[in-house]
Design a protein around this ligand. Structure first.
Ligand code: SF4
Ligand code: SF4
Length: 136
């Protein structure tokens, strides 16, 4: 009983172990695998990162001319690092210690829209390519 009273008094004056999330973020442990940083200038658009990503947190959308645009959803990412390992261009994808910012309406991407666009734009690009091939 005495022990319990002492501990209770101690707890009353000790710093809380929790933080006031989302105003305050807990510091990541050393070597924490966080969000992915992408450098478009190094990318060769091989789409290997999209293929290996388990939850589908990377998607490419296509333009008519076949150029691709990288999209990343940090809220879907499980921080496994598979995309970094699969990427043939060193430094194009890196995994930093930062976590995704607190989710607000402005930070969450319209991922359903991106996924739809990824599928539709790829189909349109493939169809256009087939058409061009038939003509030539
Ligand atoms: S770290 Fe894993 S989950 Fe996140 S984007 Fe890369 S492959 Fe996908
Ligand atoms: S694997 Fe690397 S080089 Fe290939 S598309 Fe992804 S980021 Fe670009």
């Amino acid at each position: 009983m005495r022990k319990m009273v002492v501990q209770t008094i101690k707890n009353l004056f000790s710093k809380p172990v929790t933080v006031k999330y989302p105003q305050e973020l807990s510091p990541p442990p050393p070597n924490y695998r966080g969000v992915i940083v992408y450098k478009e200038e190094l990318c060769i658009f091989c789409t290997k990162c999209e293929l290996v990503c388990p939850p589908g947190a990377i998607r490419f959308t296509y333009s008519e001319d076949g150029s691709k645009k990288f999209h990343y959803n940090p809220y879907l990412c499980i921080y496994c690092g598979e995309c970094v390992r699969a990427c043939p261009k060193e430094g194009c994808l890196t995994q930093v210690e930062e976590t995704a910012p607190p989710a607000t309406e402005s930070t969450i991407p319209d991922w359903n829209g991106v996924e739809r666009e990824a599928v539709e734009s790829k189909k349109a690009w493939l169809a256009a390519r087939q058409k061009r091939a038939k003509k030539s």
